[in-house]
Design a protein around this ligand. Sequence first.
Ligand SMILES: Nc1nc2c(c(=O)[nH]1)N[C@H]1C(S)=C(S)[C@@H](COP(=O)(O)OP(=O)(O)OC[C@H]3O[C@@H](n4cnc5c(N)ncnc54)[C@H](O)[C@@H]3O)O[C@H]1N2
Ligand code: MOO
Length: 440
Amino acid sequence: MSTAAPRATGQDHLWSVDEHLEDILATVRPLDPIELQLLDAQGCVLVDDITVPVSLPPFDNSSMDGYAVRVADVAGASEEYPASLEVVGDVAAGAAELLHVGPGQAARIMTGAPLPPGAEAVVPVEWTDGGLGEGPVTGMRARSLAPEAATGQVQVYRAAEARAHVRAQGSDVKAGDRALEAGTVLGPPQISLLAAIGRGTVRVRPRPRVVVLSTGSELVQPDGELAPGQIYDSNSFALTAAARDAGAIAYRVGAVADDAETLRTTIEDQLVRADLMVTTGGVSVGAYDVVKEALSYVGDEDEPGGGIEFRKLAMQPGKPQGFGSIGPDHTPLLALPGNPVSSYVSFELFVRPAIRTLMGLEDVHRPRVRATLTAGKPLSSPKGRRQFLRGTYADGAVTPVGGAGSHLVAALAHADALIVVPEDVTAVEPGTEVEVVLLG
Ligand SMILES: Nc1nc2c(c(=O)[nH]1)N[C@H]1C(S)=C(S)[C@@H](COP(=O)(O)OP(=O)(O)OC[C@H]3O[C@@H](n4cnc5c(N)ncnc54)[C@H](O)[C@@H]3O)O[C@H]1N2
Ligand code: MOO
């Protein structure tokens, strides 16, 4: 085996950001659909069109607490000349056996209760004396306190048109209508509709399971003691949080030491619960950058189509990257650089779209806007690299936060946008319009 340092080869070709992203998106495929309980399907993409099995509302019902009446009985009613009706009983929401409302009669009815046969309209209780004989009331007395109010006489002070305060059967959706289309992302309102039409489970593309693994012998778990030369592992936390934010079920695997064999067995162990793996660190050109070394031997070496390719991108931060698939199931793996800002920016640009593609979402990218650069001095950017500077965006203007250094986590924590400086631009004057990625 040669012990000479690596020499420059054709592999030193710089990939553009777009080429790398295209390669990832061309490889990653939406996950197979599964049937999930409604709440487990939140945020997921519906696979089938959903047809309404039963109309909503399923029956004519009252939209107010009041009295179900016949229109002719209350015609011309006023406070001076009220209509006096006999109350035949209560119709509460959920009532199965309905009273019949005949001429000169009324049924006391609650919001959501079925309109009883014979009745044509509902008058709100505020238009009546509530059966108390003392003028208009503001509400009903509780049944437990005044059971007698379910019978006796009620004075109605206003007329009502046919169907007044009645929600018609099927006025929301009708049986046979399409409730939701395949491709819909299930948010709370969509879950509400599915529950309302009686669907307890739905077929969706599941949230991808993403395993995030950081590497580096210098890394210590937060809360631990730092020995000389050590730092806290922030990347695995940042990327796990970012994966969750993108819609994944994310598992964080704490820092693995710079040892190829340990790393390889850890990755192999994690494969069973991963639809996508993300590593950070160990992808540059140092003697302890073990990710490259380890990843060429993960899983079944004889499986065709596997393997991770390590590349240099025309990008800053985020120059060294790895991408490919590993193990018997060809699980996609993105190997991100270790510098904290590099790994986060790489996640936003490459991992987030991959997660969203696995979910079957149409819209996989962060929104981009044009904004006017507000800065005290011009921005400088390396020639031939697309730079992603951190900034804050508001009202069409973007302001840089911190410098270009890929170790500046404090500045990143105060940013909500990335300022994009194209490859052919080396200086950007304040007042110039720039492209901005909104981090949300
Ligand atoms: N001679 C060269 N050196 C470097 C090059 C190069 O082209 N030639 N590229 C630089 C660039 S750009 C980057 S980015 C980094 C990428 O390095 P690695 O991916 O190998 O990452 P490490 O060496 O493991 O770590 C880099 C840096 O980040 C810190 N780090 C790593 N992991 C974490 C973590 N989980 N939490 C917090 N901080 C972490 C680590 O301590 C290092 O300071 O390479 C440059 N070098
Ligand atoms: O590419 Mo490194 O990610 O510039 O710091």
